[in-house]
Design a protein around this ligand. Structure first.
Ligand SMILES: [Zn+2]
Ligand SMILES: [Zn+2]
Length: 369
């Protein structure tokens, strides 16, 4: 006799009408050819999840499944063909993995021009309207599409350390890759705006590349952790005098070589343009929500020969570099301390509220705590 009992899983859905998170049950999907069913073990809440939750960023009108900084283990692989990870190693059941948040086609105008994260047919995990199929981190499962770049997680890295890798860490590696197309981080004085997950990771990345990172962060409670990640100095963005004194002392008033903005704050970007040296580079990363415009004086850009670049999301090769970086440096920098609180899946709403109230670097939601 056929067993008609359908296995179900639980998803915690964001409801834009009420700004609440409510549970929903789905039938556990059977992966089709090339698809992979993952059991989610850990999902950290990214700043963009918080922006969606507070209504600052509009994703969808209906309920949606958020969470894209995901780690999980392979529960089922669809089809008969062997699926390999990004490095070409065969994937097996029970293996701990993460994957590229953006899935791209590899063939369109943008994919062929090296910006596959802007693929004309891109798909992003953790951003979908709820369709009954789990495709985000705030559920017990996540169904991966056949063309998703998948990455095996080294044993030495805990879920909490590695969960942010497929958003924050990989984005930092994409940003630094872009800067290094025109400038050298090694030997440069680098100004980093914002000491959140991306800023702290960037501090370590710059230090690791032989640059000297300085951080601009209004929350002085974060200065200590910024120093642990390698910041040479910290300054408050409202302290204009302190900023100029720092620039004078460190760069003889020429200005910083490179600036990364992870804050998305208009005033910070305006200041970073004025404090960069002739021929310097400004990389904008944090402006992923509407903000006031920055005023640009074209003559100033020309005469000071500035490079201003924007970076959104990342490519699979950035994620590969990010995982290797964490594997190599996780004992050197206190990544472990960045997840301050862990909640079980049922308490996802509490996790969001805790994140908004206490502004920790990250909170984690785990399937089994
Ligand atoms: Zn994110
Ligand atoms: Zn494409």
């Amino acid at each position: 006799m056929q067993n008609l009992r359908i296995r179900t899983g639980k998803a915690m859905l964001y409801q834009p009408a009420t700004n609440q998170i409510t549970p929903s049950v789905y039938p556990v999907p059977t992966p089709g050819d090339g698809e992979i069913l993952v059991r989610v073990t850990c999902c950290t809440l990214c700043g963009s999840d918080l922006h969606t939750y507070t209504g600052r960023r509009k994703e969808n009108n209906g309920p949606s499944l958020l969470g894209h900084e995901i780690i999980g283990v392979i529960e089922a692989i669809g089809g008969n063909e062997v699926r390999n990870d990004y490095d070409g190693a065969p994937l097996r059941l029970g293996q701990r993995i993460t994957w590229s948040m953006v899935v791209s086609c590899g063939n369109c105008f943008f994919c062929k021009r090296g910006i596959s994260q802007k693929c004309e047919m891109k798909y992003k995990y953790g951003h979908d309207s709820w369709s009954g199929v789990p495709t985000g981190g705030l559920a017990e499962h996540c169904l991966l599409r056949a063309n998703t770049p998948i990455f095996s997680i080294p044993d030495g890295l805990s879920d909490e350390v590695v969960a942010p890798v497929n958003c924050a860490t990989a984005t930092v590696f994409a940003a630094s890759r872009l800067v290094e197309e025109t400038h050298r981080i090694q030997g440069s004085k680098v100004l980093i705006w914002g000491a959140g997950m991306l800023g702290l990771t960037a501090i370590a990345r710059v230090r690791d590349s032989g640059g000297v990172p300085y951080v601009v962060e209004p929350d002085q409670n974060r200065w200590g952790i910024a120093r642990c990640f390698g910041a040479e100095g910290c300054v408050d963005p409202t302290d204009r005098t302190g900023m100029l004194e720092m620039s004078t002392a460190i760069t003889r008033g020429r200005g910083f070589d490179i600036s990364f903005d992870f804050s998305g704050v208009t005033d910070a970007i305006q200041q970073s343009i004025s404090i960069i040296r002739i021929g310097g580079c400004i990389n904008l990363v944090g402006s992923v929500f509407p903000a006031e415009s920055v005023s640009l004086d074209p003559e100033d850009i020309v005469r000071r020969m500035l490079t201003i670049r924007g970076l959104h999301n990342y490519r699979p090769d950035d994620l590969a570099c990010a995982i290797k970086f964490l594997e190599r440096t996780s004992s050197q920098y206190p990544f472990e301390s960045l997840v301050s609180e862990t909640f079980c899946l049922e308490d996802t709403e509490k996790a969001f509220q805790f994140a908004l109230e206490h502004q920790p670097i990250r909170v984690a939601v785990k399937g089994e705590v």
